[in-house]
Design a protein around this ligand. Sequence first.
Ligand code: SF4
Ligand code: SF4
Length: 336
Amino acid sequence: MQKQTVAFSKESSNLFFHILTRCNLRCAHCYINRAQHGETTLPIDTIESWLDIFAGQILDGCAAQTNLIFLGGEPTLHPDLAQAVKYARAKGFKSITIDTNGYLFHNILDKVTPEDVDVISFSLDGATRQTNDAIRGDGCWDAVMTGVERAAAKGFACSMIYTVSEKNIHELDLMPDLLKQLDISRFFIQVVGIRGETRDTDARHQVSKETWLTVIPEVAEQIAQNGTTVIYPKVFLHPGDTFECAARVSHNYFVFPNGRVYQCPVCEDFPLHSFEILDGALVPRPQINETDLFGLDIPEGCVMNKMIQPGNLAYDKTGAPCHKIACCLLKEEITP
Ligand code: SF4
Ligand code: SF4
């Protein structure tokens, strides 16, 4: 087993492409914000032209170093997702992932092949039907179980995302057994974010620092021992760890149907995006936007965290922060 912090790289990039914001579910912690990102379902010719922009824009036109993730809402609700996937494959993107809530609309598994799609990533927020469906909606557990089974039977590589909160952390230790039964190659643990349409409600239930640091690494090791690679956010930096902002070092683009393009996901509830897509081109936005903030060095680590979700900070008697918050894109990886 090998554990490592995944360093940010200038040599590769990630394109998180929200092709619509519509969804059949209403998860308690949904991070989508339609007031900020629109309700448009992008027409297929727009999706293709935006893929052209990024295939040409990122890393001097090297789509071969860019991982593309199709997102929504629920991306399989888009009737032309299969065409978008095939278009992206022909463009030469390094990898193509579809993130899904498990419902796999429009018979997507019959319209794309494992040669077209590198990974189908399923969201599950509980090891039992009761816990998962209380968070994500009735019927969701069964949809994911059936979806993983069908996708794996067709030869697709499947991964799973588990967003941890106080509502489901007690079931994380049941996941090693469940994952053993499913054909999942990579398991992503996420921290529940304070963003989306329900940002101001108490629906988030983030776990404490102590709980996070005790439970997550232990369960991750158990899962890795069973043969599945586990990836989870570092969140809290230890003394001596170097703070790095991904936006200063690497290339991450979070694209929304209204043309907003962010480099930092923590900003997505605010009109702080670095770029917008206007008349078929990626255009930098005037000051002040997120780009002007990435360079600020503060003792708390991530500047957006302090501005937008400071509840996870603590200070000692001298007023110094007890810990630095890592970039939300900094991950630990344990490989079997
Ligand atoms: S499946 Fe995703 S987009 Fe849909 S409600 Fe849940 S978190 Fe939001
Ligand atoms: S989460 Fe913080 S550290 Fe990471 S890209 Fe955003 S501002 Fe930078």
